[in-house]
Design a protein around this ligand. Structure first.
Ligand SMILES: [Fe+2]
Ligand SMILES: [Fe+2]
Length: 313
């Protein structure tokens, strides 16, 4: 269904081991033995692939009060996105979505002829119809174990400032990427309209998001959610480092500490793992393409538990 999706230049040949072990698939239990509600997260479901679609069809909450963060790259087509988010929103007590680059593509086989901001707005309205929280809605507060924590779904895009080592400008980064044959499909079908460029759109998103973050009460704990990592660290293990410019922006580097993040949730790299950076837990919660997750020794862990912190159980 999405044959035009290129091979992933993201995940390394073998995914690095998590710096902390992934949580078990069983729900955390209270002293009475009943499962406790959890804040869970997943991304990069890429439901255009039949095998991924099957996994999503089997994705159920562990308790009736579980929340699910969906951190982008559900799929390329509005109908697929609606199917997946509709299904999940019927099952989980709350679903929180942020767009990935794939949702924002205007694919040649997409029946919806919208580009850029218009497409994003369409998806926001779609989510609202389904009762799914988006980056344009009030921030939900998780009051379960590990809370209270304000969940901050963000749409920030990227601005080509994650430069590969030895590269000093966006121009040079793009030249290297072209020379290596590793150029994001975004370049041709992720339209920034009405912005003149994806960098300009990113700049606008950064400003809007920062204004909302600045309005949070002092000291409030957050879970920051974005399709792209907020810090450069996770991109150090890309199979093709020339792909880094399409993976985030340096302008969010201090957000996890500045906005008191209990955890940062991201996807996009297709390298699911937990890392700690400057005292903050960063969780890549991606599923990825079947050709990626089927060759790993262990089955994919979806969703991953964010709160309560699985390490504190
Ligand atoms: Fe993805
Ligand atoms: Fe992505």
């Amino acid at each position: 269904m999405i044959g035009a999706v290129p091979e992933s230049p993201l995940a390394p040949e073998s995914a690095p081991e998590s710096e902390s072990a992934p949580e078990s698939e069983s729900a955390p239990e209270s002293e009475s033995g009943t499962p406790r509600p959890a804040l869970l997260a997943v991304s990069d479901l890429h439901v255009g692939f039949a095998r991924n679609r099957e996994l999503v069809a089997e994705l159920w909450p562990r308790t009736s009060r579980d929340w699910l963060i969906v951190a982008g790259d559900v799929g390329e087509f509005a109908a697929d996105i609606e199917w997946a988010l509709g299904l999940l929103s019927e099952r989980f007590a709350r679903v929180i979505w942020v767009p990935g680059n794939h949702e924002l593509w205007t694919h040649r086989r997409e029946t919806l002829p919208l580009r850029g901001v218009d497409r994003y707005q369409y998806l926001i309205e779609l989510c609202r119809r389904l009762g799914v929280s988006t980056p344009e809605d009030p921030y939900p507060v998780w009051d379960g174990d590990g809370g209270p924590v304000t969940i901050v779904p963000m749409f920030l895009l990227y601005d080509y400032t994650f430069l590969p080592d030895g590269v000093t400008s966006r121009q040079e980064a793009l030249e290297r990427a072209h020379a290596a044959g590793i150029v994001a499909t975004d370049e041709t079908i992720l339209h920034p309209d009405p912005f003149p460029s994806r960098q300009a759109w990113c700049q606008d998103r950064l400003a809007r998001t920062l204004a909302r973050l600045a309005d949070l009460p002092a000291g409030v704990k957050t879970v920051l959610v974005n399709h792209y990592p907020l810090v450069r660290e996770p991109t150090r293990v890309l199979r093709y480092p020339v792909y880094a410019p399409w993976c985030g922006t340096v302008h969010t580097a201090d957000w996890p500490t500045r906005f008191n993040a209990a955890a940062v949730v991201y996807g996009h790299l297709h390298i699911p793992r937990t890392i700690w950076h400057e005292g903050v837990r960063h969780e890549e919660v991606s599923l990825g393409y079947p050709r990626e997750w089927t060759r790993r020794s262990a089955p994919p862990v979806i969703p991953r538990q964010i709160l309560p912190d699985p390490a504190e159980r």
